[in-house]
Ligand binder design. Structure first.
Ligand code: N01
Length: 497
């Protein structure tokens, strides 16, 4: 590719009307369509493999599913919602919110459902796309809004396929199945399990929670908003805005400063709150011991729950800490030889977090495949772009802020940055824009060193860690993310005709 001087205004041409393909109609895909139209780009097509928008909130339908980021923060900045019912509103309400925002902006007129993108190929000027059904399309720019926690992770446990009852992953919940009176086992103790346990425990005959690793649980009240509060939000958009900003500030300057500095005062406060929650909430000393993690709070993604401890102490609930030996037609066999008889086995075993836009077969410059580019591990400059893949931008790509943050807020920051790169393409300063290998390598080195200071690197196993044990999440605070994404440094990009 021939390099061009971004400051040479003699090369300015008329504004190009770019064609943009967005992959995925979840939270970030909806955002993309709305923002692209705002900046004057209306030749947009979203390919969505499912038959409905909503992404993670369409897929995660397990009992108790909710967002543990306060709802007024987990909202688009341009679509504040006075009607949120709770501080942490349930998943179906979030799905309704996304559908309402999409309807208000007529997003669906640009969405093609039931088309799974399988191939993306850069032909030197544009992206050529193919779907599973054989449909083809092309675009100047591709925005991958494919989500982070998307591909369920199934545990490698002997006999998993032999279970005679119903087996389901939390992200593949069978809503038609009544659990009333059934013996239910749940494998895993992450956020999904912790939300499911208290929600189903009173309905089921027995609940066995198979814990491999104990979790710290941060207490959090989840009060409902009163009708008066909602009316006040409705009547005074300024009030809603300041509530959003207040919570955002708390997360950006409170929580994010704490987790990226393992020795911070904020981290000590979080640890003290989790310990007090365990001690105050769990009466039986043996159960308390078994629920007490042997690593620091916040090392794994913090689990937030108002009622998990209450749920696991119900008389029909059992915390099983013996290792799982295997699964048999009748239930789960643990290492002590005991068979835990079950009718339903729930896999709350999380997600494959190294996929991003894969399994799409992506081929960039000179035939480079994304699998080759990421053969060691996924990485991206500022979580947005990867060398060798011009005009391809990711929302919530590798190494971004994925912790207990509003991914909506993160995606909005990312989109603001991408929009500035799109300007280069529109006003003719470049035909394609691609981050350089040097900028990406330098960023990766800096990020890897900084990751060592975070609480995620203090000695536990978690989905934050890459194959080297290095936390893959953004290791600075959120304000730093905002600062770095305020404007692209064009020296880090190759602009070609
Ligand atoms: O999954 P996880 P999740 N044998 O990966 C266990 C988001 N989320 O679905 O800790 C036995 O956290 C594993 O054990 P261990 C949020 O970002 C958000 O709960 O590895 N156990 C662990 O306990 C969250 O972090 C909300 O020893 C096995 C569990 O399975 C992310 O999704 C709600 C095992 C997996 O925990 C993932 O959460 C829900 C095996 N072979 C989820 N394999 C919000 O509220 C795995 N485990 C926003």
């Amino acid at each position: 590719m021939e390099a061009v001087d971004p400051l040479d205004i003699s090369i300015l041409r008329d504004l190009r009307d770019l064609r943009v393909i967005v992959i995925g109609a979840g939270m970030a895909g909806i955002l993309s369509v709305i923002r692209l139209r705002e900046i004057g780009l209306s030749d947009v097509t979203v390919y969505e493999k499912a038959d409905r928008l909503g992404g993670t909130w369409r897929e995660n339908r397990y009992p108790g599913v909710a967002c543990d980021v306060p709802s007024h923060l987990y909202s688009y900045s341009f679509a504040p919602n006075p009607e949120w019912t709770h501080r942490f509103s349930p998943g179906p309400e979030i799905q309704q919110y996304l559908e309402a925002v999409a309807a208000e902006h007529d997003v669906e007129r640009d969405v093609v459902y039931g088309e799974e993108v399988t191939d993306l190929r850069w032909d030197g000027a544009r992206w050529q796309l193919r779907t599973a059904s054989g449909l083809t399309d092309e675009a100047d720019v591709v925005i991958a809004a494919t989500g982070v926690l998307h591909h369920p992770s199934y545990p490698a446990i002997d006999g998993l396929g032999d279970f005679a009852g119903v087996t389901m992953h939390t992200a593949r919940w069978d809503e038609g199945l009544s659990l009333a009176g059934l013996r239910v086992g749940i494998i895993g103790t992450g956020s999904s399990a912790v939300q499911t346990v208290p929600t189903i425990v009173d309905e089921v005959a027995s609940l066995s929670l198979f814990q491999r690793t104990a979790q710290w649980v941060m207490p959090a009240d989840n009060p409902a908003y009163t009708e008066d509060e909602k009316a006040a939000f409705r009547n005074d958009p300024g009030l809603l805005r300041s509530l959003h900003d207040e919570i955002s500030e708390l997360f950006s300057n409170g929580f994010s400063n704490a987790v990226v500095d393992a020795d911070s005062e904020g981290m000590k406060l979080i640890e003290a709150a989790c310990l007090a929650n365990l001690v105050d909430s769990v009466a039986d000393p043996d159960l308390r011991d078994r629920l007490r993690p042997d690593y620091r709070a916040g090392c794994k993604r913090l689990v937030i729950s108002p009622n998990f401890y209450e749920g696991i102490q119900r008389p029909n609930a059992e915390l099983v800490t013996e290792a799982i030996e295997g699964i048999e037609p009748g239930g789960v066999r643990t290492a002590d030889g005991r068979l835990h008889g079950l009718d339903v086995l729930v896999l709350a075993t999380g997600f494959r977090v190294d996929r991003f836009l894969r399994p799409i077969d992506v081929t960039g410059v000179d035939g480079l495949s994304l699998d080759e580019a990421w053969s060691q591990r996924p990485s991206a400059y500022l979580s947005i772009s990867t060398p060798g893949f011009p005009n391809l931008f990711m929302l919530n790509g590798p190494n971004g802020p994925v912790g207990n943050f509003s991914l909506i807020e993160v995606a909005e920051v990312q989109f603001g940055y991408i929009a500035q790169l799109l300007d280069l393409l529109r006003d003719g300063r470049a035909g394609s824009v691609c981050v350089t290998s040097a900028a990406t390598a330098e960023f990766e080195d800096e990020r890897t060193i900084q990751a060592g200071n975070t609480v995620w690197a203090t000695g536990c196993n978690s989905w934050y860690l890459d194959d080297r044990g290095v936390p893959m999440a953004w290791p600075w605070n959120f304000q730093e993310y905002r600062n770095r994404l305020a404007a692209p440094d064009l020296e880090h990009y190759l602009l070609a005709d």
